[in-house]
Design a protein around this ligand. Structure first.
Ligand code: CTP
Length: 214
């Protein structure tokens, strides 16, 4: 049984040379994978495009789109005892990727986007019963949004981070996070490096998986 971790952004093609994506660097997910490996776990890291080297000892599966990440996650989820979804998955993709490069015509261009699969949201629905950890990147109403996600997606823990500031969150080495547990506990953590936070999160996952005493 392994730890399954998603990381990085996804890229949704618009035409052969363009895509929609976001600013995720993948650092948090790669730090989690390294921390879980250091803690003695088998780790499957399913990552969108990043410039990061594969963490040593981790089984890295590279994907590009949200659909590919979804398919890879569901292939490996039955063997996972813990799943941590830190990827910044694109919520929408172009409804149809143009087969040829889109040429410019008018002064404006309207794109039609469609929803991508909600990978975290589909985990419990698929019958997965292991530990489920999601991330919530928010610019407002951090706790309310995190609690809503925890309930909607059937998570045991949501790692919430405020991405409205420029020094923490996307594409930075540090992060300031608040842990929101399914039992209602809210635990803000002091600002720290993503490596240090990853170690804490992996430790908490191990505690959450210890069966409670009768
Ligand atoms: N997530 C996912 N698949 C998606 C979208 C999100 O697996 N298509 C996961 C992320 O990896 C993260 C969590 O869901 O663990 C929350 O992602 P976020 O984008 O903050 O939340 P959404 O559910 O997409 O809600 P909203 O965009 O309304 O904030």
């Amino acid at each position: 049984m392994s730890y399954l971790i998603t990381a990085g952004p996804t890229r949704e093609p618009l035409d052969p040379v363009r895509y929609l994506s976001n600013r995720s660097s993948g650092k948090m997910g790669y730090a989690l994978a390294a921390a879980a490996h250091t803690a003695g776990q088998d780790v499957i890291l399913i990552s969108g495009p990043t410039s990061l080297p594969a963490p040593g000892g981790v089984h890295l599966i590279k994907v590009t789109t949200a659909q590919e990440m979804h398919d890879a996650v569901h292939y490996h989820l039955p063997q996972a005892k813990a799943a941590i979804f830190s990827a910044a998955v694109a919520d929408y993709r172009p409804a149809a990727a143009a087969p040829q490069k889109i040429k410019k015509h008018g002064e404006t261009l309207t794109l039609t986007l469609e929803r991508t699969p909600d990978i975290l949201g589909s985990a419990r629905a698929s019958g997965y019963s292991g530990l489920l950890v999601g991330f919530a990147a928010e610019t407002e109403n951090l706790l309310a949004n995190a609690r809503g996600k925890l309930q909607r997606k059937g998570c045991d823990l949501i790692v919430a981070n405020d991405v409205s500031g420029s020094e923490t969150g996307f594409d930075t080495d540090e992060n300031e996070i608040t842990l929101v547990f399914a039992n209602g506990e809210v635990r803000p953590l002091p600002r720290a490096s993503k490596d240090a936070l990853a170690e804490i999160i992996v430790g908490i996952c191990a505690q959450l998986m210890v069966p409670s005493q009768p």
